[in-house]
Design a protein around this ligand. Structure first.
Ligand code: SF4
Ligand code: ZN
Length: 311
């Protein structure tokens, strides 16, 4: 019996007769689970191909926190892997040292890589910087996300270099990217908006790629549920980033009222990159005197942070 007779109120998939599980407001169509999954895989493959994110013989390090976005990213990339010539995936997990939060996500990352048969490296803040994030943040809790972000970015680069990676893939989704565009505009920080894209980065860095940048947070959640990979995990106790929280709620409201708002923001970012990147970013003139990374001053962001932390 056709399932739609059992569920008369459920709309039919626009591409087959199965019951729909999502309505894509932009495209104005309903999709069943199989067609939705195929659509997400196709769009990710298309983003990778049109932006030449992965090329033959790449060794792609996937930043795997164990949370929803990075889990979906690794699942999608491993799904697409057979179609690529001589490409290898490696997963890298950073253990910042956040008690009551990180342990569970690391276990989830270990389970996933074991299941997919993917090489997995774990790097801890304690090994790399001498202390856990919990210790570093004592008395500095309000700066948690900015300190964590700077150190995690460095830890990922070190992990990717140690693994011999040629690309570093992160699970940033459309919501994250659109929020970052607005936050940088609100702060008047256009150079950062362009820097985030990787434009103007030095050849010394492993290029960062964001294959999920056109897939929304809701679509990622749905993809995980449909593929039995949904996992309820604890929230980081330092989630105090007020501006991002406000921008997130504002943007969700706009997206609901005006579908396509987040994609339009990404289009605006692309145009800014195309027309203004050269005038917004000047090439770094110095090598950091501590670590040798390119920077505009004497010390790079990581080394000046470590110095201010007394490291
Ligand atoms: Fe780090 Fe902030 Fe994310 Fe917690 S919420 S893991 S402190 S960036
Ligand atoms: Zn440095």
């Amino acid at each position: 019996m056709n399932p739609k007779h059992l569920q008369p109120d459920v709309p039919e998939c626009s591409l087959c007769a199965d019951p729909a599980v999502v309505y894509q407001r932009n495209a104005g169509r309903h999709l069943c689970g199989a067609h939705f999954t195929a659509d997400v895989e196709l769009r990710v493959a298309d983003t990778i191909r049109t932006r030449r994110m992965i090329i033959p013989q790449d060794r792609v390090a996937v930043a795997l926190s164990g949370g929803k976005d990075s889990t979906a990213l690794l699942l999608l990339l491993s799904q697409l892997l057979p179609a690529w010539q001589d490409v290898r995936l490696i997963a890298i997990t950073i253990d910042e040292g956040i008690i009551g939060y990180r342990e569970e996500t690391i276990q989830s990352a270990e389970r996933l890589t074991r299941h997919l048969g993917i090489e997995h490296h774990c790097i801890s803040f304690t090994d790399l910087f001498g202390d856990s994030l919990d210790t570093v943040l004592k008395g500095r809790e309000t700066q948690a996300c900015s300190i964590c972000g700077i150190l995690r970015k460095k830890a990922l680069v070190v992990g990717a270099q140690q693994a011999g990676a040629t690309k570093l893939a992160t699970g940033h989704n459309l919501d994250d990217e659109a929020q970052s565009v607005l936050m940088n505009v609100f702060r008047g920080d256009l150079p950062r908006l362009v820097r985030n894209s990787g434009a103007g980065s030095s050849g010394k860095f492993i290029p960062r790629i964001k294959p999920l940048s056109l897939i929304s947070e809701k679509e990622i959640a749905m993809y995980l549920m449909l593929n039995d990979a949904w996992n309820e995990l604890p929230e980081c106790p330092y989630t105090h980033h007020a501006l991002r929280r406000e921008v997130r709620s504002m943007l969700s409201g706009f997206e609901y009222m005006h579908p396509g708002t987040m994609l339009h923001l990404m289009e605006s970012k692309k145009k800014i990159e195309r027309y203004c990147a050269g005038s917004l970013i000047s090439a770094p003139l110095h090598a950091c005197r501590e670590c040798g990374d390119p920077c505009s001053g004497d010390l790079c962001q990581v080394c000046s942070l470590l110095r201010s932390l007394g490291k």
